[in-house]
Ligand binder design. Sequence first.
Ligand code: APR
Length: 237
Amino acid sequence: MEIAKLEPLIVLTGAGISAESGVPTFRGAEGLWRTYRAEELATPIAFHRDPLLVWEFYAWRRELIAACEPNQAHWLLADIEKQISDFTLITQNVDGLHAAAGSRNIIEIHGSIWRMRCTSCGDRWDDGNVPLEKLPPPCPGCGEKARPDVVWFGETLDPEVLDHAFETVQRARVMLVIGTSGIVYPAAELPRVGKMHGAKLIEINTEITPISGIADQVYQSKATIGLQDWWADQQKD
Ligand code: APR
């Protein structure tokens, strides 16, 4: 296989890649907490109204994710990165499983559930404690309440992070899109922009999505199987 013909290889992942690790997707039925959908709690309005309730939801998700391990798809992406020098992984996931599998060049466009941000002074810090001592967690600097450093519904993405992601997909020769419903913007725009700039677009998803129609190739299967099949197909060429 000629690795060079895959470079730059840009991968975009969504909740579907972590499904086989046991992390519930957002729009799947298992994504419900108590009776709430993520869209009802992962918002600035919900946090303003009831920060404790939103924190209880995140404490549950942190606990759930802490018990999960990367799966074969996360591992294989980390392995592919070792073989391809121009490789970037853009993820919408906040679960940290790509880093846990050894991926290095990651752009977390929706932030990380393992990072906190102070609602008052804006300080950010990593916190992997499960369970958390106090809800809402206090800022170590100013004592005000922290929030998870993730992008909520109705919030804009960090412009620098987003610019970096868009610049990256514009350079892509091959773009793999794994386990994303392709309906949450601006992330859903990334495959389109990649394609518009000449990338070969490959989708791996258990279902047909709005991205399937513009993809050059669709592996309609689980992330672990689809990625393995795609990688095996590259060895043949
Ligand atoms: N392998 C591959 N794809 C899968 C698998 C699997 N094992 N299981 C589910 N999927 C697919 C589903 O078919 C769906 O298209 O993964 C996708 C998951 O979609 P969403 O739950 O909408 O997740 P995502 O696209 O990451 O959501 C985007 O929305 O909720 C917000 O900020 C949150 O980052 C998230 C964003």
